[in-house]
Design a protein around this ligand. Structure first.
Ligand code: GTP
Length: 457
């Protein structure tokens, strides 16, 4: 069932607000505005005492940024006038998405909300005058925070499910890197089943003893691995339907006393096997290219697995002395290569640069093609000096290798590199932005250079 849309949530929130008398809302707004720093302080103090929560909050940058944003959130939540409830809903969704990206457990978020409510109740009780019901104010505060939590939790679970599916797909992809071998193996497994079936038919075996496609070597691989790895692909539903048709309909019809019907069944089975092979080829073709995680031109990882990789590296960095660096690498004046020598020449250059990046990195590093002529290297187990040195070596390696753009065209190509170290902040998008800015600076200051972004506390 679909969850309420933004419009419904906004309307629900508005009616919640309108149930509370204006004077009471005004009093809560005044209280929140005058003490929002106290509430934010209380929140951090209590949460930092929780060893699980402090993993996410103890970083200096989190404190510096989240403290003011928590205060802004409180002000927005308890404003008397809300010009636009949909944007209030969107704000909560964004918070939920950040929580998912950071991978903060939902119980910690709920605990945080409870702590805030507690602090608000205490201040309401101690400051409200007799003519304003502190009980009603507490209900109002509680309903509002619950509403925000409901929206955050939904956004969190949507994003979290996506992350989990991505992670599983990534693991499977790493396990089944050799799509070519798999294709051949399953192709012959399906043909083996077909041969075994023909043999059994020729030997006039009872229909109940005929080999079922679903329990054949191919059927088992398909059910246990392919369905999982390629979940959601349209071909999967059709292949499953064909397997069912074969097992439940055509095999039974092979025992029909009418020879014409038996022949029809045999040819239907053959057609079904051909269709399955064809559809499987389509799925595997896509899997060996872009969708499985590798960019089809350069064979580098494509950015869809970036969040899986960075979340894991952040988790590793949390428990180790060593850090990782992000290197944003961009080919200089690439458009001019395309414009002067053609798109194919551009593609050749992209492949050669990608190959240098791949060769220059160690087994534990990751190289992504972010799109166009931009690449991202996740350099593991490094520090500021190490990552700068690596980036400089990479820049030299590209500059000194003439690129074969076409049979008779050798080009000198350079790259600009923006480098940054992961700063301990649980949200990797911040480091990505820093690397981007460093790259921008490298471009602005003349290209063919490395700029290392300082990690500011
Ligand atoms: N051949 C080829 N070109 C691509 C591909 N993807 C993107 N491009 C082209 O890459 C060019 C990138 O140009 P810009 O973003 O202007 O950058 P630039 O010319 O490298 O300039 P600077 O980055 O500022 O040094 C565009 O012309 C894109 O069309 C691809 O897969 N193959």
């Amino acid at each position: 069932m679909r969850y309420k849309d933004k419009h419904q949530l906004a309307a629900e929130w508005q009616s919640l607000l309108e149930r509370t008398p204006l004077a009471l809302r005004q009093a809560v707004e005044t209280l929140v505005e005058s003490r929002r720093d106290i509430f934010a302080d209380h929140f951090y103090q209590v949460m930092l005492e929780d060893p699980h929560a402090s993993l996410f909050l103890s970083n200096e940058q989190v404190k510096n940024r989240l403290h003011p944003s928590m205060q802004r959130w409180l002000s927005a939540m308890f404003a008397v006038e809300h010009a636009d409830f949909e944007s209030l809903v969107e704000q909560q969704e964004k918070v939920g998405q950040v929580h998912a990206r950071i991978d903060i457990p939902v119980n910690l978020v709920l605990n945080g909300a409870r702590q805030l409510k507690q602090a608000l109740y205490e201040h309401i009780n101690s400051t409200f005058s007799a003519e304003l019901s502190s009980g009603d104010a507490a209900v109002y505060v509680s309903d509002h925070i619950d509403m925000a939590m409901e929206i955050m939790s939904h956004a969190y679970s949507v994003a979290n499910n996506r992350n989990t599916r991505m992670e599983e797909a990534y693991k499977l992809f790493s396990l089944t890197q050799s799509i070519g071998d798999e294709r051949e193996r399953q192709r012959s497994a399906l043909l083996n089943w077909e041969n075994a079936l023909m043999f059994a038919v020729a030997a006039q075996q009872a229909t109940t003893a005929l080999p079922r496609l679903a329990s054949s070597e191919f059927g088992l691989w398909y059910h246990h691995k392919a369905c999982h790895a390629f979940e959601g692909a349209p071909e999967i539903t059709t292949i499953s339907r064909h397997i069912r048709l074969v097992d439940e309909q055509w095999l039974a019809q092979l025992g029909d006393p009418d020879s014409q019907r038996r022949l029809t069944a045999l040819s239907s089975i053959r057609d079904a096997a051909r269709t399955i092979l064809m559809l499987l080829d389509d799925v595997l073709d896509r899997a060996s290219g872009l969708e499985a995680g590798r960019d089809s031109l350069t064979r580098l990882l494509n950015r869809k697995f970036l969040s899986v990789v960075l979340s894991r590296e952040i988790e590793i960095a949390r428990h180790s002395e060593k850090c990782f660096a992000l290197l944003m690498v961009d080919i200089d004046h690439f458009k001019a290569i395309n414009d002067t020598h053609g798109h194919d020449a551009g593609d050749n250059v992209l492949q050669q640069v990608a190959s240098i990046l791949d060769r220059s990195t160690r087994g534990g590093d990751y190289v992504f093609r972010m799109g166009g002529e931009e690449f991202l290297i996740v350099l593991v187990d490094t520090d500021q000096d190490g990552s700068r040195l690596f980036a400089e070596r990479l820049r030299h390696a590209v500059a000194k290798e003439p690129m074969l753009a076409a049979a008779d065209t050798l080009l000198n190509v350079t790259v600009s590199v923006g480098v940054t170290l992961h700063d301990g902040h649980p949200d990797y998008q911040r480091s990505m932005q820093r690397a981007d800015q460093a790259l921008y600076q490298a471009k602005r200051s003349g290209r063919d250079r490395v700029v290392v972004a300082a990690v500011t506390e």
